[in-house]
Design a protein around this ligand. Structure first.
Ligand code: M6R
Length: 614
């Protein structure tokens, strides 16, 4: 978690850093801080709260400094407070540090430093690291770069750090291990950030630091070395694909609403160049280049977290149903610690919007160590997971900034659909006719999503009004739409703080049915699919207990409409594609309920967009 950014050049650093922090707030927003080096004097401001609170604190800062760095925090060690906010300063007042990640052995290091007379003001692991750097500098009699290198070689954990020394106003030193760090290359100016969004309007060129690398950034350039042995590394400059419009709200009240509305385009972008209906092919080089492995796979394991895990579950339904390959889906956090059986005959697929989720990354490393072929489905290009995998398919959903994942999820479903249909074709598990009909239908999905948004948004607003004061929600679905019940419940709870649970509809009678009374809204995903009659029976069971049913139904479904309090229609599609359409009104429902409850939908409490800690 946490976002870090910095600037060194000839412009005033303060506005660049503050704007950069605003763009990084999706990574954490419980406290923020900035430090500027004004002619050899540190100017430090930090505060509990958001970047806007930091701006208030900086009202009288009045700095012309051209070098500085800033941090927006998602608390791990120590509560959100002024004192725990970054930057942290070493005991001698000379070194400042900002950090994204976790220093796992900070306790041992803190004891050692305390025994040497160091004192700590905060509860953070970061303050330990900055003092370890001071300790190395003083005991080893080395310059800052070497002291940082020595200190990092003592550290266990994950980090992206940026360090400034008060006597070196023209240098920022950065390093990374398992947390991202990009260096923007401008004309006689350099930017650092957790992702490229803080500097996209200044430069289109960036260097992404690799794990285990550190760099000294001065006005003369970027000097990269390996942390372990100081070996020099030649920087690889990449061209940024990011546009400013993509990371702005574009007239919407919230990023989440903008991202929900972007889905017709993001799904289309994800399928562009891959789904070639006229030629009758799905072109996915990641699969094609490893066709032997995929077409003959005995087992696929999909690992992920949160919403991406829900996409993985749908991936399981898709791949098993269409391509007839056994699939297991695991929470990355469980997989990595339970000594899983993995062999070199396994394909392990990681799904991650950010490509930085610590648990997914660690689970993937484990799978790789055990010899599995590892495949990534990521949204963020060049993210850690994308770079670790043997091959992969990007979801081209564009930057997703709202903490609640929406367009990345439907893009993941589009990729998984294409993979499953492609594998099915090549393994001969579906007929040619079915293949043609599925890809023809898949091509219509962006238009259908557009239609769902157009036709349901006003209705969903009205439904939200009816239920915004409710304390509990149940979501039910069967088959392909069971994971959509989980996802609908997750969306609601994470942004509105209403308790919501998702269940396979048939499981209701094994416990959750006890919760149903006339105060319990039950969202039932009930399109006309294989399980239609069964789900109709489930709705009857809810009605008999006076629960209030909000149903997602196939358009013109008179039967369910007559049985429920509210029916939200989605277009008729093959069952395996219904999850994409059914998820959209549930995203809108969560959004409008959260708005009515006055919640901050883009920055829900206690959450952050990318979870780079365990
Ligand atoms: O970046 P990832 O897809 O790996 O993130 C996984 C989860 O942290 C993420 O999906 C989270 O559950 C979202 N807040 C859900 O909206």
């Amino acid at each position: 978690m946490c976002g870090i950014t910095g600037y060194i050049g000839h412009k005033e650093a303060y506005p660049i850093i503050i704007n950069g922090l605003k763009r990084l707030e999706y990574r954490g927003y419980d406290s923020a801080g900035i430090i500027l080096n004004e002619n050899g004097i540190f100017k430090l401001r930090k505060t509990k709260g958001k970047v806007s609170d930091l701006e208030v604190k900086c009202a009288k800062l009045n700095s012309k400094a051209t070098v500085g760095m800033g941090h927006t925090r998602w608390a791990t060690h120590g509560v959100p407070s002024d004192v725990n906010s970054h930057p942290h300063i070493s005991n001698n007042g000379r070194i400042a540090l900002i950090h994204n990640g976790i220093i796992e052995n900070y306790g041992t290091l803190k004891i050692m430093l305390t025994s040497k007379g160091y004192v700590f003001k905060s509860e953070t692991d970061t303050e330990v690291l900055v003092n370890l750097i001071q300790f190395m500098q003083e005991t080893q009699k080395v310059d800052l770069f070497t002291a940082i290198r020595y200190a990092l070689n003592e550290v266990i954990g994950a980090y992206a750090i940026a360090v400034m020394e008060v006597e070196q106003p023209e240098e920022i030193i950065v390093a990374r291990l398992s947390s991202p760090l990009a260096i923007g290359i401008g004309e006689n100016e350099y930017f650092i950030a957790s992702d490229a969004s803080p500097f996209v309007e200044f430069t289109k060129e960036a260097v992404y630091l690799e794990d285990g690398e550190m760099a000294a950034i001065t006005l003369e350039g970027v000097d990269i070395h390996k942390i372990k042995d100081n070996a020099k590394v030649n920087p690889i400059i990449q061209e940024l694909k990011l546009n400013l419009e993509e990371i702005e709200k574009g007239g919407y009240d919230h990023f989440m609403l903008k991202e929900i509305h972007e889905q017709p385009k993001s799904i289309m972008d994800t399928m562009r160049g891959r789904l070639l209906v006229e030629e009758g092919v799905i072109q996915m080089s990641g699969i094609w280049d490893h066709q032997e492995k995929f077409f003959n796979a005995e087992r696929i394991i999909i690992i992920s977290c949160g919403t991406s895990w829900h996409a993985a579950l749908i991936g399981e339904y898709l791949i098993e149903d269409l391509a007839r390959i056994p699939v297991e889906v695991e929470y990355a956090s469980e997989f990595r610690y339970r000594n899983p059986i993995i062999t070199d005959r396994d394909i392990v697929i990681a799904i991650s919007q950010s490509g930085e989720t610590a648990d997914t990354l660690a689970a993937l490393k484990l799978a790789k160590e055990k010899g599995a072929f590892i495949y990534g489905i990521c949204n963020v290009v060049d993210s850690s997971i994308a770079r670790l995998t043997d091959a992969g398919s990007y979801t081209h959903a564009g930057p997703e900034i709202g903490v609640a994942s929406t367009k990345a999820f439907t893009a993941q479903l589009a990729v998984l659909s294409m993979i499953a249909i492609k594998l099915a074709k090549h393994r001969g598990t579906i007929s040619k006719e079915r293949f043609t009909s599925l890809i023809t239908e898949l091509e219509t999905i962006p238009d259908k999503v557009e239609k769902v948004i157009r036709n349901t948004e006003e209705q969903v607003k009205e439904i939200a009004l009816l239920y915004s004061r409710t304390n509990n929600f149940l979501y039910l679905g069967r088959g392909y739409n069971y994971p959509i019940a989980l996802e609908g419940a997750l969306k609601l709870k994470e942004i509105s703080y209403i308790h919501a649970e998702g269940y396979p509809a048939a499981e209701m009678k094994h416990g959750p049915i006890a919760l149903i009374d006339n105060n319990m809204p039950v969202v039932v995903i009930a399109p006309k699919t294989l399980h239609y009659d069964k789900i109709v029976s489930n709705i009857q069971e809810i009605n008999s207990r006076k629960g209030k049913v909000i149903a997602i139904v196939t358009e013109n479904d008179i039967q369910v409409r007559s049985m429920v309090s509210q029916a939200i229609e989605i277009p008729d599609v093959s069952e395996c594609l219904t999850p994409i359409l059914a998820s959209v009104p549930l995203q809108l429902l969560a959004y409008y309920i959260a708005i009515l409850r006055g919640a901050n939908v883009d920055q829900p409490r206690n959450l952050a967009k990318s979870v780079t800690v365990e």
